[in-house]
Structure formats: structure tokens, C-alpha cells
Ligand binder design. Structure first.
Ligand SMILES: [Zn+2]
Length: 512
């Protein structure tokens, strides 16, 4: 071993002797490494830094730890954090009526603050350092936005923040709904959008927020809900803003069979393909991230690759709502950027990247049953680097390298999960489930130390949640009653969606 090196000037935190997943390491067997952090950045990565009398350096003995780039949860919504564990056996189209109901009593500032904190806490405790929050604030209220920002500022997680918007009513965008439901029920079916106000909202967002610098750990993104729920005009406005301010764009595509069917039925001029519509409208570019992408056709996968657009896969939610499995290998083979997310708390329901990585690798049993390349390292890269690249922050986040932001997750290996240690990457993906996450560093600060949040007392978050739950439960019960009344028609429409013919021009198992 070479002689110990001198610590870089300004080092504030030193992670000593952990096995770190640096870009050049073998992720199955990463060597022991010292990581010096100065302020918010990684200042140096070397085999051994000499420690003399560094009184101002916080030294974490990482010899029993794996050091990972912090996970990037590239698709998440904080609006339904309090609804975790409420639903089961609900198809996507029905689920939207719970998660984004048309008539939702306005939420209190306290509730929004509490749920944002709780969601961020769960993400941090499972090793995520960045989350992409695609948030519906409906009806929009500046005080609610301020509560969200205050919560994120307090908790200390990095956030790629997008408001979710759409300018087409839900009933217009789901196959068979309009004809199946009696007209008097139609007002109960349009999920929370106010078509006439959405362009105004974007204008307001630009005037009040986009021009101003965001919080130190928050950066802006744009969140058109999904192409079929967004007119060409609002997609144009989106890409115009994204290009002007160089922002990433997050949207949903083909989460369910119904969404693909809707495209076939309504846009014959684009061969029924939403990605073709976006390409021809001039909107498709590397700024776009398509959550789900379960029902992409072969032609659309090629279009994504050609235009440099990426996908964010959310396998947990897709399985819980029986939506299907994304064509993982076909996307990989085409060279499409693949990030991972955990989506809503009422559909996934866990914010847990280990589950997402494991499903990403295991679902090939269905999407690509013929043996292909090993996937554990690919899953780890999707959960870190690719998510950062999708956020247009690949130059600063997602890797353990000098100059990169110090966003790191330390996994305790004193655990049966890692004994014996045969492959770090495979054991992280196939065995670890979150129990090992012990310290989390965001922007150079240890925000989780020994499994406890350091930025605020976790007990106060649970108390704040307790305090708002009576009202939340009351309102959620009223929504559930409303959905129950719609159930016979919802079921009928869903059966029609599942029975309808759908040309997916896909090979039997997704890839070639
Ligand atoms: Zn989503």
C-alpha cells in the first residue's frame, strides 16, 4: 500500500476505510477507501489519508460499512404520504380517484408540512439522498407551496421539485369512461385538474419561483402529468420553460394498459403512439423522463433512444396495481437511460430503493426469461447515477468522485446480509432491504447518524402526523364512500379496457 496522503485542505468530514462504490471500483468487491469531504463536496478519494491532529474533522470509522452514492428516487409524489397502506386491489384508473380526487377538501398547512416531513424521513432512512417530488397541490395555494419548501429545508434532503399539472379532464382521457358512466356521475370522475387555470399556474410558477434561486437543496423541474392529460399547447409551454431554464421534465407514460389503449383510440394521426406525438410536436428531448413506460411499443423505445429521453421504472407500484412489467431489456438494449422510483405512497407503498432494485432485476423472469447479462450492478447504477443524469445533475450527483456533491449512504455490514461477503452488488440488490442503512450524508452533512435523523427530532414528525390524521381520515373516508358508489361502472369500464384489443407491436417478452 502507498504512503498515507495528506487530507485535502478544508476537510470537514472523513469517511475512513469503507468499501466504496466509486466509478472505477469493481462493485462486487470494492476496495477500502477513504473519502474526504470539504463542505458540500467530495474533496478527495484515496486508499488512506493520514490523520494527525484534525480537530475540526468529523471522522466516521467506516471499516464495517459499504459507502454508496446516495440513492436518487427519481419518481415520487409527496401528496399522498398519509394514505400509505390504505388500498389494495385497485386498478390504476380507479386509484386516481383516491389519490387525486376531484372534490378534495383543501388541506391544512399543518398537514402538508407534516406529510412532507414524514415522506422525506422515510426516504432518507432508506438511503435516498435525492427525491424527485412530482407534487399535486390542488387547489394551488402559495401557503401550501411554502409549507412544502419549509419542510424540505428543515429535513435536509435533496429535492428535484416539480408541480404536477394537466389541462385535460380525467374523464376525457380514460377509455370507455364517458360512455359507461351516467352523465350525472361525470363530475365525480375528473381528477384534480382545472384545465382553464393550468397555463396560468405555469405562468405564475415562472414569475414567482422559476426566476428566483431555489433553496440550497431544492432544484426545479416541470411535471406535466402525462401526455394524454396535457394538450399540445401545455406541452409546448413546458418544453419552452424547460429549455429556457434548463430544467428536467417528469411525466407519466403508459403506466396501465388503459393508457396505451387510449392513445391507440384517440391519436390515429400519430399511429396511436404518444411518444410519436411528442416527437412530432418537437417536445421529445433529453430533458424528458417518462415514469413507468410499461406499455411502450418497440417503435417508441427506439424513438426514446434516438432523442436521448429517459424512463423511470417503478416496479412496485406497477405490480401492486397489476399494471404490468416494463420492457426492461429492450430499453437497456436500445440504450435508453433508466432511472428507478418508488412512486406514490398509496400505490407502492414503500419508499425503498432496495425493493425497486430487486424487482428491476427479478422481473426479467417475465419480461426477458431467456438469460441475459447480470443485472445487479445495472440496478445500482439505475438507482444512483441514471437518476442523477435524468435530473440533469449527472455532473454533480450520483457518483463518488472528487468534485461531486457529498451525497452518500453508509450500509452497515455487521449483519447476516453481508456474511459471508461474496458480492457487494448482488447482496445489496438481492438481500439488503434497508435494515443496513446506518448513516446518510447529504450535501456534506450527516443527516442520518446511527439510524436517526439529526436535523430534527423524529418524534416531532410522528406527533405532527398524529395531529393531522383525524381530519385526513375523515376526508379519506368520504372519498372512499364516493368511489364505492362508482364501483359498478368502474368495474365495467375496467373489464372493457382489459378485453379490448391492443396493438402493442411488441415481441412476446419485450426484447429481441
Ligand atoms: Zn407517479
Amino acid at each position: 500500500m502507498s504512503d498515507p496522503k495528506t487530507l485535502p485542505a478544508g476537510t470537514t468530514l472523513l469517511l475512513k476505510g469503507g468499501r466504496a462504490l466509486t466509478p472505477e471500483a469493481d462493485w462486487h468487491d470494492p476496495p477500502r477507501t477513504d473519502i474526504a469531504i470539504a463542505g458540500d463536496r467530495i474533496a478527495g478519494v484515496t486508499a488512506d489519508y493520514a490523520l494527525r491532529d484534525e480537530r475540526n474533522v468529523d471522522v466516521i470509522d467506516a471499516r464495517d460499512f459499504l459507502v454508496l452514492p446516495g440513492f436518487v428516487n427519481a419518481h415520487y409524489h409527496s401528496h399522498d404520504v398519509l394514505a400509505k397502506g390504505t388500498l389494495e386491489e385497485v386498478p390504476l384508473e380507479t386509484w386516481r380517484l383516491y389519490a387525486l380526487p376531484p372534490q378534495y377538501p383543501p388541506r391544512s398547512v399543518e398537514e402538508i408540512y407534516a406529510r412532507t416531513l414524514l415522506g422525506a424521513l422515510e426516504c432518507l432512512r432508506s438511503g435516498m439522498t435525492t427525491i424527485q417530488d412530482m407534487l399535486t397541490l390542488y387547489p394551488y395555494d402559495e401557503r401550501h407551496m411554502n409549507a412544502v419548501m419549509a419542510a424540505y429545508d428543515k429535513v435536509g434532503i435533496r429535492v428535484i421539485f416539480a408541480l404536477q399539472y394537466a389541462d385535460r379532464k380525467g374523464i376525457e382521457t380514460i377509455p370507455f369512461w364517458k360512455d359507461t358512466f351516467p352523465a350525472e356521475l361525470h363530475p365525480l370522475l375528473s381528477t384534480s385538474t382545472e384545465p382553464e387555470r393550468q397555463i396560468d399556474l405555469l405562468g405564475h410558477f415562472e414569475a414567482t419561483r422559476l426566476k428566483a434561486p431555489p433553496l440550497p437543496l431544492v432544484s426545479w423541474a416541470l411535471g406535466p402529468s402525462s401526455p394524454e392529460r396535457c394538450s399540445p399547447a401545455i406541452m409546448q409551454r413546458t418544453i419552452e420553460l424547460a429549455r429556457r431554464y434548463d430544467l428536467p421534465v417528469y411525466t407519466h407514460i403508459y403506466e396501465s394498459r388503459g393508457m396505451a389503449l387510449q392513445a391507440r383510440l384517440t391519436i390515429p394521426e400519430y399511429s396511436g403512439l404518444l411518444i410519436r406525438r411528442l416527437a412530432e410536436e418537437g417536445v421529445l428531448d433529453p430533458r424528458l423522463n417518462f415514469a413507468h413506460s410499461v406499455w411502450l411499443s418497440r417503435a417508441e423505445i427506439d424513438m426514446l433512444a434516438e432523442h436521448g429521453a429517459g424512463v423511470v421504472l417503478n416496479p412496485q407500484g406497477n405490480l401492486k396495481m397489476k399494471c404490468g412489467i416494463a420492457p426492461i431489456r429492450a430499453l437497456q438494449d436500445a440504450g435508453v437511460r433508466i432511472g428507478l422510483g418508488c412512486d406514490n405512497c398509496s400505490c407502492s407503498d414503500a419508499q425503498n430503493m432496495f425493493v425497486a432494485m430487486k424487482l428491476f432485476t427479478l422481473l426479467a423472469a417475465v419480461s426477458d426469461p431467456i438469460p441475459g447479462p447480470p443485472q445487479a450492478v445495472a440496478a445500482l447504477r439505475a438507482a444512483t447515477q441514471a437518476g442523477a443524469e435524468g435530473a440533469r445533475l449527472g455532473h454533480a450527483l450520483g457518483r463518488i468522485a472528487p468534485g461531486f456533491k457529498a451525497d452518500l449512504t453508509l450500509i452497515d455490514t455487521s449483519d447476516p446480509t453481508f456474511s459471508p461477503l461474496n458480492s457487494v452488488a448482488r447482496q445489496l440488490v438481492h438481500i439488503e432491504a434497508g435494515r443496513g442503512v446506518r448513516h446518510v450524508v447529504v450535501d456534506g452533512k450527516v443527516v442520518v447518524r446511527d439510524r436517526k435523523l439529526t436535523t430534527l427530532d423524529e418524534a416531532t414528525i410522528y406527533e405532527a402526523v398524529q395531529a393531522v390524521m383525524p381530519q385526513f381520515r375523515k376526508d379519506f373516508a368520504a372519498i372512499s364512500q364516493r368511489v364505492a358508489k362508482l364501483q359498478p361502472w368502474l368495474d365495467r369500464a375496467h373489464r372493457q379496457i382489459m378485453a379490448a384489443e391492443l396493438d402493442i407491436e411488441r415481441l412476446p417478452f419485450g426484447s429481441n
